[in-house]
Design a protein around this ligand. Structure first.
Ligand SMILES: *Cc1c(COP(=O)(O)O)cnc(C)c1O
Length: 346
């Protein structure tokens, strides 16, 4: 879901943005009407995340998935090595894309326990020549997250698709952060890349210019037409985050939302959360409701109460409550009430 004030603002501005007399979708991306929108969005994100000035902020397309390929292309040369921590399906996909171009090493994995925890990454396991260490900061499908970042002597690369703006992280600890916008920043179609410019070196000549961070940085994310409307929506979400008190304030709400939900699960005899408590995500809570039949009955009952999209990812089954920034605490309370009623056979 998106915050209601954001949708209302977009509705109000649909036909005419400010005094321009045209909607955002109708603007040329290089026009004087549009430039303040993209520049404003970048400035807001920089201030919300405290992004150091030597980092580029890029507004790209292709989802986090395209970045699985773009990152090895941009940060390493063919045959170099890089370290990957395998903490779920998206981490595995990122690793598989790196394998096409590099000789990456899986330095840690939690696959042995169905990705229910975040494994240690001993600094000694990272090859000294590794160009970077890649982690998936929040594992959307399995409901686990890094609460502390691994110690590393190489640049840290973080997939923050499902946690960006949901919790504070020190950007300067990362060489690169990337995130699809559709979970916590707005609508699908936009991918944000935040990268330390000192890591941007020459890339192999065949790599498409739209995938080269240095080219996108030089062209203000306009090596080709950027996703103008999705950038506008993200800008509205950034303004909303600011009004809510910033990322720290939202983190506190997210911690409270997830605490209430996990407490209800842990106090229940029926519901169970597979993720180890110390690694539980504050954004995606995964849980089961007894047998498969009971889980499907529970999902039906929840849907009847307007609680939708609670089915777990097909890789894990069960249920998953994605309680992103826009989900108010009342939504979590309604879910908990439904769980209690289901368990008591009401
Ligand atoms: C959703 C998600 C992706 C995939 O994003 P696309 O925009 O569909 O490419 C990758 N990584 C994480 C952590 C995600 O949550």
């Amino acid at each position: 879901m998106l915050p209601l004030p954001v949708l209302q603002k977009a509705q109000k501005e649909m036909l005419s943005h400010g005094a321009t007399g045209c909607g955002v979708m109708e603007m040329s991306h290089r026009s004087p009407q549009y430039l303040p929108i993209i520049e404003g969005a970048e400035a807001s994100l920089r201030s919300l995340m405290n992004i150091p000035p030597n980092y580029a902020v890029l507004f790209l397309q292709g989802g986090a998935t395209l970045q699985f390929s773009a990152i090895p292309f941009n940060l390493a040369m063919q045959g170099d090595t890089a370290a990957y921590a395998l903490t779920g399906e998206f981490a595995q996909k990122a690793f598989a894309e790196a394998e096409r171009w590099l000789h990456p090493v899986a330095v840690a994995s939690s696959e042995d326990k169905n990705f229910s925890y975040i494994p240690d990454i001993p600094a000694s396991s990272i090859p000294p020549k590794a160009k970077y260490l890649h982690i998936t900061v929040n594992n959307t499908i399995y409901g686990t997250m890094y609460k502390t970042l691994p110690q590393t002597h190489v640049p840290l690369v973080g997939d923050m698709s499902s946690i960006i703006l949901g919790r504070t992280y020190d950007v300067s600890k990362f060489g690169l952060i990337y995130a699809g916008a559709q979970k916590n920043m707005g609508s699908a179609g936009l991918t944000v890349v935040i990268v330390d410019r000192s890591l941007l070196k020459e890339t192999a000549p065949f790599i498409p210019p739209v995938m080269r961070y240095s080219v996108q940085d030089k062209n203000q994310s306009m090596a080709n037409t950027p996703p103008t409307y999705a950038i506008y929506m993200a800008g509205l979400v950034f303004d909303w985050v600011k009004e809510m008190g910033g990322v720290k304030a939202l983190q506190q709400i997210n911690e409270e939302k997830s605490r209430l939900l996990y407490e209800a699960i842990d106090n229940s005899k029926l519901f169970k959360a597979p993720a180890r408590p110390e690694f539980r995500s504050i954004m995606n809570a995964t849980f089961t409701a007894g047998t498969d039949q009971q889980t499907s009955d529970f999902l039906k009952m929840a849907e009847g109460r307007g609680l939708v999209n609670l089915k777990g990812h097909r890789a894990v089954g069960g249920c998953r409550a994605s309680i992103y920034n826009a989900m108010p605490i009342e939504g979590v309370r309604a879910l908990i009430a439904c769980m209690k009623d289901f368990e008591q056979g009401k």
